[in-house]
Design a protein around this ligand. Sequence first.
Ligand code: ZN
Ligand code: MN
Length: 500
Amino acid sequence: MNMNLETIIGLEIHLQLKTKSKMFCSCSNEGENEPANTTICPICTGQPGTLPALNKEAVNLGLLLALGLNFKINKESYFERKNYFYPDLPKGYQISQYEKPLAAKGYLIIKIEGQEKRINLERLHLEEDAAKNFHDGANTLVDFNRCGTPLSEIVTKPDIKSPKEAKLFLQELRLVARYLGVSSADMEKGHLRCDANISLRPKGDNKLYPKTEIKNLNSFRSVERALEYEIKRQTELWEKNSPPEEQSTRGWDEAKGLTTEQRTKEESSDYRYFPEPDLAPLIISSGDLTRVKSHLVELPADKRKRFIKEYDLNIVDANLLVEDKQVANYFENVTSELKSWLSSLEEQEGTAEEIWLQSRKKAVKLVFGWLTSELFKLMNTDNQKITEIKITPENFAEFITIIYQNKVNSSAAQVLLKQMYETGGDPSQIIEEKDLRQVDDSGELSEVIEKIIKEHPEEVRQYQAGKTPLMKYFIGLVMKETKGKANPKKTEELLIQKLS
Ligand code: ZN
Ligand code: MN
């Protein structure tokens, strides 16, 4: 039987907040880079008689993220104990928020197949992380460094319709978190963790059927793959007329490419939540909110729109730049410098703004091309970030101006950029030092060409007999003779002239 089913997906995301210290004690939050069990204290290891003290910085980062995700902030929220037993949880409970989270009713807009789609978010709350278990053969070891790390948990509404949408949503969420500087949101490092809830239903049916929660999703790819697997598995169940009857939890096995049942789901009542008696209610004043709001920045979606409008970029190129906030900043600094370079050129007339509008398309194309291909390539060779390179935006803008004016040809430009990358030097100075200026002078080029014609009579005869592809060969000889500096266009024009 072929049923017409639709997919319903909701995500639960844990983001590790980038604070200096832990959620309820002053231990370092950098424990993952330290030897096991060294960034711990009686509070985060849950010794009897200790008292938690709330980390204000974690609250501020949680608030900032909530604002970036369009949440309504609860002026008063409180912490509760989520009780369960596991070796990585020495207290026997996790301090979390349940009844009254820090924020509720947010949303994030993603773009799928050219269309904007709003994914509604149910809640954002603060909680502490548990320790980390390591499996060593038959033994399990516990590193408590991660105990008490501040987390922000975000729960979406079941608004997601496909594995691809789930992946796009997570990628956009990661970008928002990075833009706001609240989390490195690195999935590989576990700084962003995701559980996915999925169920199917016949199209037109408005009921929600028991969901399956998938755990252990460590990459965007595994989120997508695991959900695709579940759709297939559950479709088969529906077609056999035996859809899942109760909530269950399944684990994703990356190597085997399948999910396996772990347990049928405990209800939240199993956790015996109750208010944390050692922490006062969390009150957010309007002063707190104003302070946090001042840290909001332009978010990726807005930046993409602005880049498309302001720089005449297409969506793919805008995406590539916005993907990394620092790259986007560098690009903007370069173009702003370039504006003044271009308006200072002698041959240009008009106001700086008029000149920019005329030259923008070509200039931005050059910046984008040289930045994302050649400069990125150089950065890849020694693993540098854009914030670490020696080429200042001023110098990069001058470099683009030089190309814009055809002062060097593209192979010399590559040599020039490499020099700039290695030394941080000024491009016009390097051109003089390395003698890279394009040979543009007809007299000088003519001399070289005549010499070559004299030295290659046989090829000249063949060319004149109709073997025109030899033109490339002649251009190559001119380039060799001028050490790659000849203006290729002018060279070809002169060669055609002299060979005919
Ligand atoms: Zn501690
Ligand atoms: Mn949680």
